[in-house]
Design a protein around this ligand. Sequence first.
Ligand SMILES: NC(=O)c1ccc[n+]([C@@H]2O[C@H](COP(=O)([O-])OP(=O)(O)OC[C@H]3O[C@@H](n4cnc5c(N)ncnc54)[C@H](OP(=O)(O)O)[C@@H]3O)[C@@H](O)[C@H]2O)c1
Length: 263
Amino acid sequence: MDLGLNGRTALVGGASAGLGRACAERLASEGCRLVLWSRGGDALELAAQEIRDAHRVEVTTVSGDATDPATAAKVAVAARKALGKVEIVVLNAGGPPPVESTQTDPAVWRRSFQLLAITPIELTTLLLPSMRARGFGRVVSILSSGIRQPIPELSYSNACRSALAAWLKTISVEVMPDGVTVNGVLPGRLDTKRVASLDLARAERSGTTQEAVRAEYSLGIPAGRYGDPDELAAYVAWLCSDRARYQTGTFVPIDGGSFRALP
Ligand SMILES: NC(=O)c1ccc[n+]([C@@H]2O[C@H](COP(=O)([O-])OP(=O)(O)OC[C@H]3O[C@@H](n4cnc5c(N)ncnc54)[C@H](OP(=O)(O)O)[C@@H]3O)[C@@H](O)[C@H]2O)c1
């Protein structure tokens, strides 16, 4: 199916690894010109080079730490400079640390809220006016299944991402008449460095192995396994396409069937 993405422009966050990288790869395979954003360094440059080589599309990088209040403006300016116009934004970066839920720390709350709510809100706010003026825009946020069913050791993530989701839902109504859709995806357990490090932390806390933690989680997933990042990226590419123009304000689990309640 032609998604009509050839020649579109996209800014993808957390694009040096994991889910962001998979989304960048998918959008590149559909012919999008890209700006990849993460804290930067060799991994980001390598991702950009590999995507250029594999898909023959223009790929530019910008480095910025999403916990830094100055980053959203810096990334928006760099993306516009590289792409001319930003038609698609995939909101994504790293995740906050796990924590004992009754022992959270105000300083980590502030940092997490900047990372998971303020930076993506500011970035979207900066990019929306030109999307609306052109009559086409796609905002897709990589959230977490924790906004539906809070994950015990991820209080910072559960709460801060819920705030972002509430804002995204609010604006989705306002910008839809201008051809801009706003959606989120809710990964359950997809195979990335972050999930491996969370599994390792849980293993260390409970005196078991990372493999045992993974096996236990897998038992609770109807698909019987962790997801592949591309299984999320394929859906993100769909949300970015013209064909998904009637879909907005949705938050769809990509979790192998783990979420058991009705939507
Ligand atoms: N994988 C899952 O199943 C899953 C489930 C639920 C939620 N999530 C969430 O989805 C997001 C992506 O997860 P992932 O599994 O793909 O993680 P990952 O493999 O660790 O990749 C994270 C990406 O974000 C970048 N990044 C990290 N901290 C950043 C920061 N402060 N500012 C800007 N970029 C930053 C990293 O690159 P640099 O190191 O170059 O900055 C990397 O490109 C995270 O927020 C995660 O919590 C993932």
